[in-house]
Every structure is written in structure tokens, then in C-alpha cells.
Design a protein around this ligand. Structure first.
Ligand code: PRP
Ligand code: HPA
Ligand code: MG
Length: 180
């Protein structure tokens, strides 16, 4: 897999340091609350499992599976809800955990969906923010890194469902997706 990577953006150690930093910020924000922390599948799997262990407060965790890239490097423009959370979020403080905010469509969909169900507050923590990709407004409260407008993979992020298990985050060589 390493041969398919143009450049490494964030090493395992840098990702771990970002999780610690974000965890401290989140812990302060929710010190006297019991948030519902929702990981967005599949991309946020590894980030979710690492970050919640950096936050020493009571919390509940749940997962929601939404999809819009369907293995491609461009958003289909349509966000599909594959599997819903099982928690009732009415009146609850919700923290969404994302791997990346790119066009902003997934986050906008989630914010609308969760606020319609009566969440008391909704905050967003994303490991990666790609502001140049934005098509709709979407703001995060806790951000690990700002990435350039390139297609990135690893640590949960996929191309064609692959590369999620890379332990670092890198830019995929364009010939990998332009040849397919
Ligand atoms: O800001 P956006 O342009 O909406 O992109 C961000 C979303 O896209 C990816 O999910 P994807 O649809 O690829 O599903 P996956 O997590 O299962 O790979 C990623 O994990 C984010 O959830
Ligand atoms: O750059 C990206 N890489 C992988 N998945 C993504 N989903 C949105 N943007 C990206
Ligand atoms: Mg994907």
C-alpha cells in the first residue's frame, strides 16, 4: 500500500498528538455533562476509538453509517443513511466525530437530521478539515488538521474501500484513481 502514496501528511505519532490535544479541549467542554458521542462510519472508526479514550468524562457512544462517495474520489452529492443510531438524542448534548469535512454535505445532513430529533446541543470534532472542498456551509468546533485540496487516505479514510488500515494519513497518487 505504501507504494500508492504520493506523500505522507500525518504520521501515527502526529495523529496521536492531535487526539490528545483535541481530547483535552473536548473534556473541558463537557466536564459537567454526559454527551452522546456519535462516530460517523466508516471513515471515523479509528479516530473515534482513539479520541474517546483521551476524554475523561462520562459519555455514551453510538455510531451512524452514512455514505456519499461510494468508493469514488468525488461526492455523489447525495448523502444516504445506511444505519441509524440507536440512542434517543432528544434533549441530549451531541458530539459528532468525523474523519474529514470536505464538501460539507455529510455534516450538513447530520446536523439537520440530529437537530430535527431535538438534540439540545450539537458540536463537531473532525480530524481533518478540507476548506477548499466546501460546497455547502459546515463548521466544526474541534479540528485536528487542515488539509490541502487533495484526495487523502489512511487512518479510516478510503479510496474504493481500501487504504483505511494505513496507520498514517497520506495523499494518494493520482494515477491510482485516474487509471481506474
Ligand atoms: O464533506 P463531505 O464531502 O460530505 O465528505 C466527508 C464524508 O465523506 C466520507 O464518507 P464516505 O461517504 O466516503 O463514507 P465512508 O466513511 O464509509 O467512506 C468521510 O468519511 C466523511 O464522512
Ligand atoms: O479526501 C478524501 N479522502 C477520502 N475520503 C474522503 N471523503 C471526503 N473527502 C475525502
Ligand atoms: Mg469513503
Amino acid at each position: 500500500m505504501d507504494n500508492d502514496i504520493l506523500k505522507v501528511l500525518y504520521s501515527t505519532d502526529e495523529i496521536h498528538a492531535a487526539c490528545s490535544r483535541l481530547g483535552r479541549q473536548i473534556q473541558k467542554t463537557y466536564a459537567d455533562k454526559v454527551p452522546v458521542v456519535i462516530g460517523v462510519l466508516k471513515g471515523a472508526t479509528f479516530f473515534m476509538s482513539d479520541i474517546v479514550r483521551e476524554i475523561d468524562t462520562y459519555m455514551e457512544i453510538d455510531f451512524i453509517d452514512v455514505s456519499s462517495y461510494h468508493g469514488a474520489t468525488q461526492s455523489s452529492g447525495q448523502v444516504d443513511l445506511i444505519t441509524d443510531i440507536s440512542t434517543d438524542v432528544a434533549g441530549r448534548d451531541v458530539l459528532i466525530i468525523e474523519d474529514i469535512v470536505d464538501t460539507g454535505r455529510t455534516l450538513k445532513f447530520l446536523m439537520t437530521n440530529l437537530s430535527e430529533r431535538g438534540a439540545k446541543s450539537i458540536k463537531v470534532c473532525t480530524l481533518l478539515d478540507k476548506p477548499e472542498g466546501r460546497q455547502v456551509e459546515a463548521k466544526s468546533d474541534f479540528i485536528g488538521f487542515q488539509v490541502p485540496n487533495e484526495f487523502v487516505v489512511g487512518y479510516g479514510l478510503d479510496y474504493d474501500e481500501k487504504y483505511r488500515n494505513l496507520p498514517y494519513i497520506g495523499v494518494l497518487k493520482p494515477e491510482i484513481y485516474t487509471n481506474n
